[in-house]
Design a protein around this ligand. Structure first.
Ligand SMILES: [Zn+2]
Length: 371
């Protein structure tokens, strides 16, 4: 890009030294590919402003751009000095971020591969986006190779319509803390809560939001979803998904948004405000159930998913508020493979009232779309 106009005809010795240093440098840069003949100065290829919306303020797009240029160019004044500087820049981490190291690079700079793991952060778009999660770290391999990943598209017509056990929610009014963790807005329930199913108790760990909803139900993607993450005493995870659809303003959401942190990674604990998850859940507790994974790295599997069939309402303005922070933080749907999805076959009223009244036909007919 810039200078590489004049090549100093330095003394043979210096030139020789410069050459060998340059060779070393080029090896180290092997994965920058192309431009083996140094003169391709316009090698701004590696100049990528990490398009990670939520990463720390480290990367003001322009900064990294400056670094690579001097590396490739042959020095102007003192070749040795310039090359030394270039190498120093490289080592000090001003270089670009690459997803995978080639063998050559791994040998040349073993220390840096560890560094890279931390420089590419997972995100929802760009280089750290979902299609690359499995490459970012060995710990994220399940994201790429897992066969039981979430979210999925749920097709009621092929789900097993059954009388499923009731989800017994044990939530009460509670104070809370709220944090923008860099990937979503996450809330902790200070007084604790739990969900029981078939006698198994799962404590509420936290809940958070995605926009749009990650789950697709009957071909429809809702505006947002809340994931209520629970864990049993044995460490098993159960996540309840509450779909949000446009409609009336949601007071529960409004209380949370009113206390939205303005700084990332700094939790806020409102001194007096409180929320009640029991009031946030849809009245109809019918659900879909399948086995899946965390929808964020490390994409750990073995997570029991309970997707509420009935959405709750949220206003357009409330969705808009979240969008200003996270316009898109939804992982694309994953392959179902040979998993089965169960569906409550009747409205949740059936569970709420011991003596089932005459409710209309099953919500999810055995055959045919319906909804
Ligand atoms: Zn989630």
């Amino acid at each position: 890009m810039q200078n590489h106009a004049k090549r100093p005809s330095a003394r043979p010795l210096a030139a020789k030294l410069a050459m060998s240093l340059a060779l070393g440098l080029m090896t180290a840069q092997a994965c920058l590919a192309a431009a083996p003949a140094a003169p391709a100065p316009a090698a701004p290829a590696p100049v990528k402003a990490p398009a990670m919306p939520h990463s720390t303020p480290v990367a003001p797009a322009a900064a990294p751009a400056a670094a690579p240029a001097p590396q490739v160019d042959v020095p102007a004044a003192d070749p040795n000095e310039a090359i030394r500087k270039a190498i120093a820049d490289r080592i000090s981490g001003k270089g670009e971020v690459v997803l995978k190291a080639t063998g050559a690079e791994a040998k040349a700079a073993p220390k840096k591969s560890a560094h890279k793991k931390h420089t590419v952060h997972w995100a929802y778009e760009g280089e750290g986006g979902p299609h690359n999660w499995g490459k970012i770290s060995k710990q994220y391999l399940a994201c790429a190779n897992g066969k039981n990943q979430s979210p999925i598209a749920i097709e009621p017509s092929v789900s097993l319509g059954l009388d499923l056990p009731a989800l017994e929610f044990d939530y009460r009014n509670s104070r809370f803390s709220i944090i923008d963790n860099g990937h979503t807005v996450e809330v902790k329930y200070l007084d604790g809560g739990a969900m029981n199913i078939l006698g198994h108790r799962y404590e509420l760990v936290q809940f958070h939001f995605h926009r749009p909803a990650e789950e697709v139900v009957n071909g429809k993607r809702y505006d947002m979803v809340a994931h209520l993450v629970h864990r049993s005493s044995q460490g098993k995870l159960a996540v309840v998904a509450v779909l949000l659809t446009l409609g009336e303003e949601n007071p529960f959401i409004q209380t949370l948004w009113n206390h939205m942190p303005i700084q990332k990674k700094q939790a806020i604990t409102p001194p007096t405000a409180s929320i009640d998850l029991a009031k946030f859940l849809p009245a109809n507790k019918a659900y879909f159930h399948y086995m899946g994974s965390l929808t964020t790295p490390p994409c750990t599997e073995g997570v029991a998913w309970y997707v509420m069939q009935s959405p709750v309402e949220v206003s357009a303005q409330q969705v808009e508020v979240f969008s200003k922070i996270y316009a898109n933080n939804a992982r694309p749907t994953q392959r179902v493979h040979d998993r089965l999805v169960k569906a409550s076959r009747a409205p949740a009223d059936l569970y709420a009232k011991p003596a089932p009244t005459q409710v209309a036909a099953p919500r999810i007919p055995r055959a045919g779309g319906a909804q």
